[in-house]
Design a protein around this ligand. Structure first.
Ligand code: ZN
Length: 215
């Protein structure tokens, strides 16, 4: 019974945002300097995560999309020094009580930092999405790219949106196949991912509201 409940809950949640009280300022990354630099680190994948070499590129593309869409306010720069990174990506094995993606807030030398965990094992995606991935391998990239964009959004201070057109929408019951199909339809090949815009006007407006009111 408890196991069934756990399974149900992990299916329901794309990610578990940190719970904040009303008067607590929402977490967000802050650049190191006036140039907007946010160093990021792509960790080696954990054993049994079912990570594929191209997955790091999805994370890098997702960072690039945020960077280009928000127009020069932040600049993500990859670093090989994980201790210096304010943002890191880890690739972990599936876990029943965990979500596909999660952003965890922390600090590095007193500076706000974020850790994004992605669990890329497509054999554990919900059944409709798993079936779709089996027929169309590009769908796996669509799911993981969406998860990366969504979790980076949390790291940038965005909460969930109630508009299904936004990448920050968490789904009523998790993100379902039709949502991913909407993005899939825009692509011919994997290389189209960094050439298309996935972030909505709503995502961008909410970013600007947070960042321009308190740079
Ligand atoms: Zn979320």
């Amino acid at each position: 019974m408890a196991r069934t409940l756990l399974k149900l809950m992990s299916g329901l949640l794309l990610c578990l945002a940190t719970v904040l009280t009303a008067d607590e300022p929402r977490f967000r990354l802050k650049p190191l300097d006036g140039g907007g630099v946010i160093p990021y680190y792509l960790a080696a994948a954990a054993d049994r995560s079912q990570f594929r070499p191209g997955d790091s590129q999805l994370a890098a593309w997702a960072l690039e999309e945020w960077q280009r869409t928000i127009g020069g306010i932040v600049r993500f720069e990859q670093t090989e020094n994980e201790d210096a990174a304010l943002l890191r990506f880890d690739w972990l094995p599936w876990a029943e009580d965990a979500a596909l993606g999660r952003m965890e807030a922390s600090t590095v030398d007193g500076h706000p930092a974020a850790s994004i965990v992605v669990r890329p094992d497509e054999s554990r995606f919900r059944p409709s999405i798993r079936r779709s991935v089996r027929e169309d391998p590009l769908m796996r990239d669509v799911v993981l790219y969406y998860v990366c964009l969504h979790e980076i959004g949390h790291a940038l201070g965005l909460s969930h949106s109630s508009n299904p057109r936004d990448v920050m929408w968490p789904g009523n019951n998790g993100v379902t196949l039709p949502v991913y199909e909407r993005y899939r339809h825009r692509l011919q090949t994997r290389d189209d991912i960094p050439r298309t815009s996935w972030l909505s006007d709503g995502d961008i407006a909410r970013f600007r509201e947070i960042w321009l009111s308190s740079p």
